[in-house]
Design a protein around this ligand. Sequence first.
Ligand code: OXD
Ligand code: MN
Length: 589
Amino acid sequence: MTMVTNRVVNDWVKEMAEMTKPDDIVWLDGSKEQLEQIKRIALETGEMIELNQEKLPGCLYYRTNPKDVARDEKRTVICTTKKEDAGPTNNWVAPDEMYAKLRGLFDGSMKGRTMYAIPFSMGVPGTEFAKIGIELTDSIYVVLSMAIMTRVGQEVIDELNAGADFTRCLHSKAQINEQEKYIAHFPEDNTIWSINSAYGGNVLLGKKCLALRIGSYLGRQEGWMAEHMLILKIENEAGEAKYVCGAFPSACGKTNLAMLTPPEYFRKKGYKVSTVGDDISWLRIGSDGRLYAVNPENGFFGVAPGTNEKSNPNALRTTHKNTIFTNVARNLDDNTVWWEKLDNDPPENGEDWQGRPWNGKTSSEKGAHPNSRFTAPAENCPTIADEFFTGEGVPISAIIFGGRRAKAEPLVYEARDWNHGVFMGSAMASETTAAANGKVGVVRHDPMAMLPFCGYNMADYFQHWIDMGKKMTNPPKIFHVNWFRTDENDEFLWPGFGDNLRVLLWMLDRCDGKADAAETPLGYEPKAEDIDVTGLDISPEKIEKLLKVDKEAWKEEVKGIEEFYSQFPWLPKEVRDSFDKLKSEVEKM
Ligand code: OXD
Ligand code: MN
């Protein structure tokens, strides 16, 4: 491995090591041999467990502390000099104060441990979109996970040696003391410090921390966008490809949508769906005035429970080799893994996510934590698109916003134009899930699914969306979807999963000017007959229910949006105007 010769890098690593005091420092070169050696150490210490190597080659098992199982939004802070730059939706601490506090906590936190230095790239190194970082960590779980989730090694060192700037990422699991847990971002210094956690979303610093929080901050400065969006490629029967991005809050089926299997009727006709990304998009405007997206990650950090042959066979296949499973249940008979809704055959002789003996056939307790995860290489995915590997942007035809909403939100509607679409994103709300600590199932506003991930003032973020729209001559159309609407018996009205393609195809037809639509106070909706339900047993009445805009429910929505907006001292005029229009249209209904 070539040594790191960049003085700035070496000085920074030295300074961090002087503070954290590890026994030694190991630089990652990205080679299989080195990763294998490091993995052996984790197996010897019992930090990780090797799973059945015949059934699950290269797969490992890991458990976090039971109090450290999700992203911790209360402990996540944005440290900007001015409080208003972090905005009302972020926790803010002044940088000096936070650095002082964290220096105390990091002091000697790696004593008796090895510090691993991970040079990584978000995006394919050398492409226009890519950004590089270095994560220093005392956790082998982080090392092995970063080697899956990002592009690690020599190419990045070469770029650093050529003088490239980088995000300074420091992580120590310290004592996993939840009272002293912090995930701190210093956007003005391109720096992230995370301590006292070992849960992926808090410690794989390339993901939420760099690719979204720091990324969104850099994007605003440099004229691009970092979004919490999947990227899907859809090919029609003539083989023409179109690409869509979709923003959904955590654990609302983004990975399932990203790996969608078309219903048989469409498969037979020749439709094909491939995966470019499942969680994060970086978007730039191309010279043709269109918006282009890449997935900056190299793997999937997906929610395991609920993943099965029916909901997401592609994700299941993706996890059959070289995958790390975290906080799922274990089958001790054959040393494999299990989670709720994987199949109807839970292990009798099992261990739950906390390592306690667990009989899945008789126990009323869950075997896997609801936010248990798989960390799997994207290259394993049977539907991975070729474009994923090139790291060149794909042109986006449509942006989809969505959430988990039992009532109010119709199956689908289309924004009247870009600015109206920005309003729709800003007004998004969803029921909370297990992906973050806190109560599950309460409706909360989550603009563009970025509430926990926007690295600066959300009003400025809306303005950035408006400004980006002004620079595009051919912007994507914007849609809102809800796969989760229920009837009076709380049964889902829409089958979801692969059948969501039917809704996507209406959108693409709209992009081509081929499909009709009806005006509603929310935007353009399909007529019931415009959604192709061939081969699906669903009545036209159900579709009507799915599309219904209910006046009383929307009066409540309007109130909720107004209340959410009230925390912002100002909002872009375009966003306000769209809100005022919605309010008056709902009144007129
Ligand atoms: C995730 C999340 O892990 O959004 O992707 O929490
Ligand atoms: Mn996510």
